[in-house]
Design a protein around this ligand. Structure first.
Ligand SMILES: [Fe+2]
Length: 842
């Protein structure tokens, strides 16, 4: 079956914004504020004059708008251009404290676009989140405050109390002033509205509660698409106002870097600064106590990234870096550390995936991650979901869509910036990152919005424009080593699959979505053809024309398995695991025989990839499932493949369960721990999966109101993998969202974790015999075994020590290559021996 796909719809432009840190949490402390002209922000009074700012979407580091792209500096004022029923521009750096006191909040503002005499405008005050009342980040997205203001129904309001405005009150240009004073547990609010002709009205109301939290400018209607307003200034002062400079976010929002074989790459992520703002970011390193300029790099005008490359990096010690950027007559700095590379000790690796904003800003998890202190991080996909931020995605026009993506992407940096800036990280986009609930990329092929609308997430192809997808790639992968093969995919979409060597571990980083064939290539019908609600035969779901990881990436992996430069161990990083181990899905906990969104099919091509990485005893780390799994793969017989760890979701949205026992799926080989739903099960695509452990959600999470408790119940958390590159072991841990790492408790993890395996466990083949034992003069040499008749590499690794007895799986003659580069030695014509004492000395 073939499908016609239309070309992408091309649209216009560009644009975008950013963030900082909360009331107290663990974030950005390195912001340096030098006195600027714009804001009187260094004291407990705050004043912003928007006339003094250059035109741009992002307002400034003292503010955070939701949705970001709907607020901009334009026509010498602040304008709201969105359609949301309620939208706020929060002041981050000046908050209402818990102390008794007073405050005055004042603005000059007016009607921007009258959309049928509907809509309101004013302030929201005392904004706090129920789950995490101390978090400024949580307050911006989940906080509730008291709304005050005026509306085009000619009312002035404080919360639910309303009065009629004076006759002919002129909305074109007026002032709003809110005075507040709290005594014990009540707060008296007085709101005064005065138009340009002097018509004025005052409304008083008393609100229960001590009224601490954020203050925001607010467009508030009763429905979407109501009238919009502009502001020329805002002032906030009083004894209740507290200056919290660490709450600011930007203009350098955060930084991510990788270090691989002496090459440093670093991305500075900026908000959508304006065309008249400075267009360069400077990178400096602290050398002998002094900041030394390395280079200045242009800000990409669409993705708002500055990407730095530094060759010949000395990774033998920690080096502090600093990013510098001037904005609004202030110099801003953002500091982090390029860590010493761990070459003589174990490498600890944090595996993270899937950030449904229900758990934003994931504070318990981020604090735990900081305590786990991994040497490097991997964010394997779904760094954002379409609904994150609490407002819809914009698919077009292209410039708005990109800004909309950036607004949601910045939530990731706001949550994780402080753990990202001090350690290398790999980040790979998955389906939701490109606004598709499922993705079969078909090598970069496009699908029109119209066609996609008909089938939604059950169809191959990318629906967002190539420019959009390339912004996703640049923002998420720009700091990774150069792509292995930079020739673009179809539709000119950039590639990012690559390899990275760090801490004596060689990582292959691939996409298991972008090249994959869509469900319509094997199944006809309407609706969710990707969900197998009845069993299908393997023949129905597999044929030669289907693509799994694509020829290009397979070629890459074939080369990678033989390249052991600087590495003792190998690890494949992808988005999902190459099996279908989740059994139940979604809000109704529906059982599926198979999910075509899984990495379990097309089986023959999937087997080829598992077989390829097995040659190098490569371990596989991924995410996507919202269910932690430890699984050993099978190809031709049970457990003949390597191991994989699917890490828990940071915060689970769509729930899944791995409960094959509940639907009577046969199993063998249950592990010694005897846990239910473990053992070797065959999935709907014919893969035998040895499930060593699964971390299921509870069934009562819907009743949970606290967002963090809910995340915990939905099996959220992260993975820690420790690669002991000397002992050649791999330890897997799964840390729960609400783990208390200060105590040693089983409650911190999921049943079955931790588990430690040997590097060699990642090749589960049963040998038919052994070649003679190799005794090698130099220790820890690279060894490759090639079958002479087919010239196929059957095994490659860096051996541990001076001796090694190669296993082989077929009769025949073999060539053994020992060593690297000029010192490589070749021994040909070796066959299986039945003499256990036979030795070849090299
Ligand atoms: Fe996900």
């Amino acid at each position: 079956m073939t499908i016609k796909r239309r070309k992408f719809i091309q649209n216009l432009g560009l644009a975008v914004p950013m963030l900082a840190s909360p009331f107290n949490p663990i974030l950005a402390k390195e912001m340096v504020f030098e006195k600027g002209a714009l804001l009187d922000s260094a004291s407990s009074s705050f004043a912003a004059d928007f006339k003094k700012l250059n035109d741009r979407v992002w307002i400034g580091s003292s503010f955070w708008a939701v949705p970001m792209e709907d607020w901009e500096i334009k026509n010498n004022r602040l304008e709201f251009s969105g359609v949301e029923k309620q939208s706020r521009l929060h002041i981050l750096t000046h908050v209402l404290g818990e102390n008794q006191g007073d405050f005055v909040l004042k603005s000059n503002l007016g009607l921007l676009q009258d959309k049928g005499k509907k809509g309101g405008v004013g302030f929201s005050v005392g904004i706090k989140d129920f789950t995490d009342p101390k978090s400024v980040k949580a307050a911006c997205y989940f906080g509730k405050g008291i709304s005050v203001g005026v509306n085009l129904d000619r009312e002035i309001y404080i919360d639910k109390k309303k009065e009629t405005l004076p006759k002919e009150f002129d909305f074109k240009n007026f002032t709003l002033q809110l005075k507040g004073q709290n005594k014990s547990d009540v707060t008296e609010l007085i709101l005064e509205a005065t138009d340009a002709t002097g018509k004025t009205i005052t409304l008083k109301n008393t609100i229960k509660g001590n009224f601490d939290g954020l203050v925001a400018l607010e467009n508030k209607g009763s429905e979407k698409k109501e009238s919009t307003f502009w502001w020329s200034d805002v002032q906030l002062s009083g004894t209740k106002v507290q200056h919290e400079p660490d709450n600011s976010f930007g203009p350098i929002l955060w930084a991510m870097y990788t270090l691989s074989q002496g090459n440093l790459k670093l991305t500075a992520q900026l908000p959508p600064v304006g065309a008249k703002d400075s267009q360069k970011v400077e990178l400096q390193f602290l050398r002998k106590g002094k900041w030394v300029k390395e280079t200045k790099v242009q800000i990409d005008p669409v993705s708002f990234t500055s990407i730095f490359s530094v060759a010949n990096w000395d990774a033998s010690k920690d080096v502090k870096y600093r990013l510098r950027y001037s904005l609004d007559k202030e110099k801003h700095s953002y500091e982090g550390v390029i860590r010493e590379e761990p070459t003589d000790r174990a490498l600890t690796f944090g595996g993270l995936t899937c950030q449904h904003a229900m758990g934003f800003p994931y504070r318990p998890l981020v604090e735990n991650l900081d305590k786990s202190n991994p040497d490097m991080l991997y964010f394997s996909g779904d760094q954002l979901y379409e609904g994150n931020g609490g407002y819809p995605i914009k698919r077009q026009p292209e410039n708005k869509a990109i800004l909309n993506y950036l607004g949601k992407w910045y939530m990731f940096g706001w949550a994780f910036g402080d753990v990202l800036k001090n350690r290398p990280s790999v980040c790979t986009p998955d389906d939701h990152d490109v606004y598709q609930g499922n993705l079969w990329g078909e090598g970069g092929e496009g699908i029109s919005f119209e066609e996609w609308e008909k089938v939604r997430d059950a169809h191959g192809g990318l629906v967002q424009t190539p420019n959009f997808v390339n912004v996703v790639n640049k923002t998420q992968c720009g700091h990774m080593p150069e792509a292995y093969d930079q020739a673009p995919m179809k539709s000119d979409i950039s590639t990012w699959y690559t390899q990275l060597v760090y801490g004596r571990v060689s990582f292959a980083i691939v996409s298991d979505r972008l090249f994959k064939s869509g469900p319509e290539m094997v199944r006809a019908g309407e609706g969710r053809i990707d969900h197998l609600t009845a069993p299908a035969t393997q023949q129905e779901l597999d044929n030669d024309t289907l693509s799994f990881m694509g020829q290009r990436q397979l070629l890459f992996l074939n080369n990678w398995v033989g390249d052991w430069q600087g590495a003792n161990m190998k690890v494949l990083l992808s988005q999902t695991l190459f099996s279908n181990v989740g059994t139940h899905h979604g809000p109704t906990k529906e059982f599926l025989y198979g999910d075509l969104d899984s990495g379990g099919w097309p089986k023959s091509k999937r087997d080829k990839v598992v077989e390829t990485i097995r040659k190098a005893c490569a371990f596989h780390i991924n995410g996507d499932q919202h269910l932690p799994f430890m699984v050993q793969y099978s190809i031709n017989e049970p457990r003949d493949g390597g191991w994989t760890f699917c890490t828990p979701a940071i915060s689970t949205g769509y729930p899944r369960w791995g409960q094959p026992d509940s639907v009577n799926v046969p199993f063998t080989d249950r592990p010694e721990h005897g846990l239910p739903n473990t053992g070797c099960y065959r999935d709907g695509f014919g893969n035998d999966n040895y499930i060593y452990a699964v971390g299921n959600p509870t069934d009562d999470f819907e009743e949970e109101f606290d967002r963090y408790q809910k995340a915990q119940k939905k099996a959220s958390g992260y993975g820690i993998v420790t690669f002991d590159t000397t002992e050649r072991t791999i330890k897997m841990e799964a840390i729960r969202f609400l783990a208390n790492l200060d105590v040693d408790s089983k409650e911190n993890t999921y049943p079955g974790w931790p588990l430690t395996i040997q590097q060699s466990d990642n090749d589960g083949r049963r040998p038919i015999g052994y070649l003679p034992k190799l005794e090698i003069e130099s220790a820890d040499q690279v060894l490759k075994i090639i079958k002479e008749d087919t010239k196929e590499l059957i095994h490659a690794m860096r051996i541990k020590g001076n001796t090694y007895t190669p296993s082989v799986y077929e009769l025949g003659k073999y060539t053994v290559l020992i060593g690297e580069g000029a010192t490589e030695k070749t021994i040909s014509g070796i066959e299986i021996t039945i003499d256990p004492k036979k030795v070849i000395s090299i």
